[in-house]
Design a protein around this ligand. Sequence first.
Ligand SMILES: [Zn+2]
Length: 433
Amino acid sequence: MEAGDIEKGSGQRRRSRRRNKSNAEKKDEKKDVLTHAVAVPSPRLSWRKFNALKELEERYKEFVVEFVEYGFKRGVTGQVSLRKALYSELRGRYPDLPSHYVYTAAQDAATRVKSFMALKREGKAKTEKPEIRRISIWLDDRLWKPEGYTAIRVSTHRGRITIPLWPTKQFWKHLNGGWRLKSQPRLKLDEKRRAVYVYFVFEKVVEERPAKGIIAVDLNENNVAVKAGGRVYILETGIRDITLGYHSRREVMQSLKGNRYTSRALKKNELNKKSDIRRKAANFVVREAERLGAAIAVENLPKEVPKNMISRVDDPVLRDRIYKAGFRSMLREIIRKARERGIPVVKVNPRRTSSTCPRCGGGLARGSAPRLLRCPHCGREWGRDVAAVINTERRALEEGRVPPGPMPDDPTPEVSWIPMKAWARRKSLGITA
Ligand SMILES: [Zn+2]
């Protein structure tokens, strides 16, 4: 398993703000509880162990299915109510199975029913009732024990089973990086490899530090615009050129017979290259904010829109929204990294950020070049990305969470264009707040 695969498992996190009531001075300090799930694979297991785990999975799944059906039919979403309703029946069915599997199955089912109902309320449910396809066995502290860091012992209906592990880089990184291991891992069986993945949940409390200033960021197809102090830096990413380049190469490949594999490999290569650049740019922005002690201002991007809707959309405002939704993964990366370091993130309303004049607030019209816009009211011409990043900064300052620095009368900033080779190698922009 590669590091990239593990990252996928770390999608879950929740945010909560705790206030320290005992200390009046600290009452405005925000605390963020981050949770990451990290997958750790086992080596290939013996048939005896794997079959026992397979039976365990079947029984656990049966419990979850019954809890979900019961909960959905009666609108019960509390794990305690679910457990009370079916405990004795399920407990009696497999007397050899440790009773806590009924507990964790009820927890698992309660979250499934809750999220299905939420989807249904939003009209996004794809099925009539919740369906259980993917299953992982939830463990609690009565059902498993660690054996050092390289094995766990799991209670099953066939006694305790030791599962050796291959701890990954991500696992050690969390363990040594101040993260706390929570006591409820999950087991996922991998039938092809006759192995399991253990999803460990790590938790970290991060204190959001107060911001001294602001770094505004605007994500574009071919660049990331960053405004810090009185300057705008356009970090070129060349992502559009990658898309175009690979597209034409794929067309050539497809015209030759039997090259479907090459074509697919190219597509994968293209995606890797793009996500690599996005990650680098996200890192760069966060590092810069950390160095300056600043908050990060970003547009609150719209949710993904189904692709088949896009072709029929003529409304330019909606098209713009849809287009911007493509940057969500990069935005998520920036927010995730910022939160891990306690850097405040201010999300602003993205409405018309790239079509409002930063100087007079008027609506911008087409300018003298493709990405230039002109203000018919005050006559000023703006780069589209420059206008967007200035407006993003202004909106973040208007929210009042960050003390504003000196605001010049004329908002025209100095703009530097930085090619990718240059910023990817540089440690920082070298600016001072
Ligand atoms: Zn204007």
